[in-house]
Design a protein around this ligand. Structure first.
Ligand code: SF4
Length: 164
């Protein structure tokens, strides 16, 4: 059954994808460098060991980050609840799927916001069709790989056209 809100992040249904897949540089937002695909050294299982003190410990960037529900959806929908921890070989494919699903969820966010625009009936129908598809489709890894070169472009062109 789909969650009530696709953009709601549910870390308990994820596999700490953001703490593995994303890269960051030592600076004001993060206390050390981390490469993409490298599990953060503060990670224990799927939990952050400094979750309650991220900002004082030098990780305000982690507090600010929101995957928009992409992580939990990828783990549950695309990988059937599997984790890179049991199957480290999944890290590269989970990275690709997570990155693409974040693009899907960013488009969901934009399409929802466009509800406030004075769209023509035809464009409003198009907006709803895009939104329904992105929210309800059960994505596979290969489909996600194609998303940015297909449907995402169509949606971006739609926004470009209505902005004229
Ligand atoms: S500091 Fe914690 S929240 Fe930030 S990436 Fe590492 S494990 Fe994840």
């Amino acid at each position: 059954m789909p969650p009530t809100d696709r953009l709601e992040t549910d870390c308990s249904s994820c596999a700490a994808l953001c703490c593995v897949m994303l890269a960051f540089d030592k600076g004001k937002d993060f206390a050390f460098d981390k490469n993409p695909g490298e599990p953060c050294r503060n990670l224990s299982g799927h939990s952050c060991t400094i979750h309650d003190s991220l900002t004082p410990k030098g990780f305000p960037g982690c507090v600010a980050y929101d995957c928009l529900g992409a992580g939990n959806r990828v783990v549950q929908e695309v990988f059937g609840g599997q984790s890179w921890q049991q199957e480290p070989r999944l890290i590269p494919v989970m990275m690709e799927a997570f990155s693409a699903m974040r693009e899907v969820h960013k488009r969901i966010d934009y399409l929802r916001a466009a509800e406030m625009l004075p769209l023509t009936p035809r464009d409003e129908q198009k907006r709803r069709n895009f939104l329904d598809h992105l929210e309800q489709h059960r994505w596979s890894g290969p489909e996600l790989n194609e998303f940015e070169f297909g449907l995402a472009l169509e949606i971006d062109i739609f926004f470009h056209e209505i902005g004229k």
